[in-house]
Design a protein around this ligand. Structure first.
Ligand SMILES: [Zn+2]
Length: 240
């Protein structure tokens, strides 16, 4: 019978030979004395996340998105003299949220750096300089909990969760519009990684007045009416 003693940190049985080598700790605790606690805390958080009603998580996500998007829009408004013409809320599934501020100033700089681009197309193409991730522990916790619930779903079902999150983003943008933080001529839209220009336009359609939309449409010469119609009728886009 091999003799074992409890780890002096977490209590799992370990060989006396191990204890002699590590000063009484199991190998996990020897490498990082807080590892077991961290793992337990993660498991508890996951249990709580899975037990929280999804509607509750979505409600708090909506609140935090409203607040953060409004903060971002106010920050953007401080750059008014740079000539803001677009403000996009971007999301990448459950992982992150960002905003993009399009300004005449950055557009001019981009044109100088890329003289080969068609100016009209470039107007909405160069947005990396103004790409800002936003968030915080509250947003992260909620998104992580939703992510865990999503992963617990059967894979063959199309989850309505992503569309609901997109809808909450639209609601947050509508609030920005409603509060008049940015001028009515600023294009507001919901963006996403790998989203087509048509989809972006259809989101702008829900948030902008007709003059602003017409200008936006002229500046997206490559979008296809057929695709717009297809996206409209298929109805997989989030709607306010
Ligand atoms: Zn241990």
């Amino acid at each position: 019978m091999v003799e074992r003693v409890p780890c002096n940190n977490c209590g799992v049985p370990i060989l006396t030979a191990t204890a002699a080598r590590t000063g009484g700790a199991c190998m996990v605790c020897h490498r990082d004395p807080t590892a077991r606690q961290q793992e337990a805390a993660r498991e508890r958080a996951a249990e709580i996340a899975l037990a929280t009603p999804q509607q509750e998580l979505l409600t708090s996500l909506g609140k935090v998105l409203d607040r953060l998007t409004l903060d971002e829009a106010r920050r953007a408004a401080e750059r008014r003299e740079e000539g803001i013409y677009g403000f996009f809320l971007m999301h990448e599934y459950f992982a992150m949220f960002s905003t993009v501020v399009f300004t005449d100033r950055e557009f001019r700089l981009a044109c100088e750096q890329h003289p080969e681009e068609e100016p009209v197309s470039a107007r909405w193409a160069f947005w990396w300089p103004s790409f800002t991730d936003f968030g915080g522990p509250e947003l992260e916790r909620t998104v992580h909990a939703l992510d865990l619930q999503e992963r617990a779903m059967p894979r063959d079902e199309e989850s309505p969760l992503l569309r609901e999150i997109q809808r909450l983003c639209l609601v947050a943008l509508r609030r920005v519009r409603g509060q008049g933080v940015l001028g009515a001529d600023v294009v507001l839209a919901l963006g996403a990684v790998e989203q087509s220009a048509e989809e972006t336009f259809l989101y702008a359609e829900q948030l902008c007045n007709s003059d602003t939309l017409m200008r936006f449409r002229r500046e997206l010469p490559w979008i296809s009416e057929a695709d717009l119609e297809m996206f409209r009728t298929h109805g997989h886009l989030a709607c306010l």
